[in-house]
Ligand binder design. Structure first.
Ligand code: F6P
Length: 327
């Protein structure tokens, strides 16, 4: 059995997501409850390299459960992708006597973790924090629910204008190369079409569907386009739609970073609290180099390398349902 860990470091890395603060709070408070010393590492892996490390008390995480962003700040560190950067990061951890890590982030964070732990041995547990929901080993990632709710809030407003002016709107949502935000927000808003990277987009079929809607005198068209769709984003779609339907009044909207910010939903706060608590439990029971996730409402642990390997898949029933419900 490994020696008990006494000092841990905690960081957030990659794109911020609403609920990261709730996860930090839960991990910090659980660690302090178990008598551990907790060190915050600012700006993710970059802060590890730069030694931007400070001791945390329980009051450091007061009143943050409902705040978006991350009090630890975050970054996508290019330096950490180099051998030299990783060496510097490890030296800093040793300098601060940090014996365990809690890593909150997404795909890039866990890819970085795999590379780092191939070279250096330090116990670590991950927490999935990304709006994209593009990790295996958990049903939901922290921030996804809030991002979808934000997109729904925005698209509902766009629908009002679309209806008032009989317009077609192409709305682009985030998700990098995953279509979860698009699928969930599109279904929740009753979108006429949803275009996602997981399914090849045939532009002619998309145009035919608009044509069919036109014939049926549908006055509102909302097409939700995932930013990673293989045909492109709304910029690529617009000229093709305009070319085929020159008389249609068409607008494009890129929702962008509003999807990343704002207070986390109650679901994200609860998920973040559970996973922050579970991560410390795993570290203390020497169950490490894993990401804590929730599957079927149970806490599960997945090795870092398995969280990022598989391509995520969208349930087929959802794809079929979209065609039926938008008819
Ligand atoms: O991974 C989260 C995410 O918001 C993606 O959906 C998006 O593609 C990307 O980050 C945007 O990154 P940045 O904020 O660095 O432009």
């Amino acid at each position: 059995m490994a020696a008990r860990i006494n000092k841990i470091g905690i960081l957030t890395s990659g794109g911020d997501s609403p609920g990261m603060n709730a996860a930090i709070r839960a991990a910090v408070r659980t660690a302090l409850y178990h008598g551990l010393d907790v060190y915050g590492i600012r700006r993710g892996y970059q802060g590890m390299i730069d030694g931007d490390i400070f001791k945390m008390q329980t009051t450091d995480v007061s009143n943050i459960i409902g705040r978006g962003g991350t009090i630890l700040k975050t970054a996508r560190s290019k330096d950490f992708m180099t051998d030299e950067g990783m060496q510097k990061a490890y030296t800093q951890l040793q300098k601060h006597d940090i014996e365990g890590l809690v890593l909150i982030g997404g795909d890039g964070t866990f890819r970085g973790a795999v590379a780092f732990f191939n070279k250096y041995t330090i116990p670590a547990v991950g927490i999935p924090g990304t709006i994209d929901k593009d990790l295996s080993g958990t049903d939901f990632t922290i921030g996804f629910d809030t991002a979808v709710n934000t997109a729904v809030w925005a698209i509902d407003k766009i629908r009002d204008t679309a209806e008032a002016h009989d317009r077609l709107f192409l709305v682009e949502v985030m998700g990098r190369d995953a279509g979860y935000i698009a699928i969930h927000s599109g279904i929740a808003c009753g979108a006429e079409d949803i275009l996602i990277p997981e399914q090849a987009t045939d532009i002619n079929e998309v145009l035919d569907r608009i044509d069919r809607d036109e014939l049926r005198k549908k006055t509102v068209h909302i097409l939700v386009v995932a930013e990673g769709d293989d045909f492109g984003g709304v910029k690529e779609f617009y000229p093709r739609v305009k070319e085929r339907f020159p008389l249609l009044d068409i607008r494009t909207t890129v929702l962008g970073h509003i999807q990343r910010g704002g207070p986390p939903s109650s679901s994200d706060r609860v998920l973040a609290s559970r996973l922050g608590h579970a991560a410390i439990g795993a570290l203390l029971s020497d169950h490490t180099q894993v990401m804590a996730g929730v599957i079927n409402d149970e806490i599960v642990y997945t090795p870092f390398e398995s969280t990022v390997k598989q391509r995520t898949c969208i349930h087929k029933d959802m794809l079929e349902m979209i065609r039926v419900l938008s008819a």
